[in-house]
Design a binder for this molecule. Sequence first.
Ligand code: MEV
Length: 430
Amino acid sequence: MVTSRLPGFYRLSLIERRRLAESVMGLPTGAIDRALALGGLDPETADKTIENVIGTYAMPLALGLNVQMNGRDYLVPMVVEEPSVVAAASNAAKMVRAGGGFTTESDAPIMIAQIQLDRVPDVTGAIERLAARKDELLALADSAVPNLVARGGGARDLELRDLADGWLVVHVLVDCRDAMGANLVNTVAESLAPHVAAITGGRIGLRILSNLTSHRCVRVRCRVPAKVLATEGFTGEEVRDGIVRASEFAERDPYRAATHNKGIMNGIDPVVIATGNDWRAVEAGAHAHAARHGKYGPMCTWKVAADGALEGFLELPLALGIVGGTLRVHQGARLGLEAAGIDSAQELAMLAASVGVASNLAALRALATVGIQKGHMALHARSVAIAAGARGALVEQVAAEIHESGTVTVEAAREALRRLAPESDLQAAE
Ligand code: MEV
């Protein structure tokens, strides 16, 4: 049974973290070294992945900790360049854990294939004829994706949407199982379009998936006992009420909702990237969903429960895959999935969404109390120390000095480095 509670993980060296992660994940020693050699993607494979390749571009891969979802522990792979995202999400996940962890549910992995038609002579009549031939159209759609049907997926339903002025959009709802499904759904849209045009008498337009995957939503709930929210100078109840006010601010103001939601995507995108998924698709769907009522709003909201706990709720469309695509070629993405110990695309989507809630909670807790700069600067100081030339144990020492002095600049870090390690390479280079 995997545990995601690894106290002191951040204090280990990178190599020690690899060995511990391997033992928690049940991998042989050295498996992570091998998977992440060359960042998980060698230049030759990269060259066959996209066009005009000149190399690969590395990002840090970390493990988010303390996440418990539906009673199970998960190590969460996260690829992100922003300091404090992983630490903040792990810290907030620990608070959620104190209230029983994340409780999640997911819709079936249904994607939408859109077929656009215009110049339809009689839209109402066309809708009736399409509805009458639904079974035949779904069978035709299935015949375009036999492998998906063999895996238990396939076309499930039609939605027929009158967009006025002779415009009609046909949605084919396709269960994509463990695939994200973009290629499958585009195949369905293209193969069905001529039949739909013949039935309706309309002119075919676009045939493509919709990234507003409204039938493929996940929902996350959590409860955090007020006392675990307490922080320097603030009681748990004060922090809880501050978070609820922040949530209301996001509901009232799209300017705040955008930043609130950025904090949620801070948790979701790193998991999406670490598992080889399409984060542009996820972003497009998430923000479209956030604006579905005609006004852009928060993806996650917070309120006080009857017993005084803080309660969070998030709903998002989240189309992720655990087969195909990048996973075929990227060893790092495969390792990411292995770390998460995921069995289905739906489970991965629920996990990513839970980390989004954790990130939101961490951000609001900081913003509702001391502000984010304090924690941020402590972590930012580390990157500044590295930029100034510190390596190994000196990174923490230099970072601590410049953070405490309140001057987190490369110049201050160089000075600290000169004092702490007069013999360092930096001195030699000067
Ligand atoms: C920074 O990456 C994210 C935050 O701005 C989110 C928020 O304001 O809720 C801290």
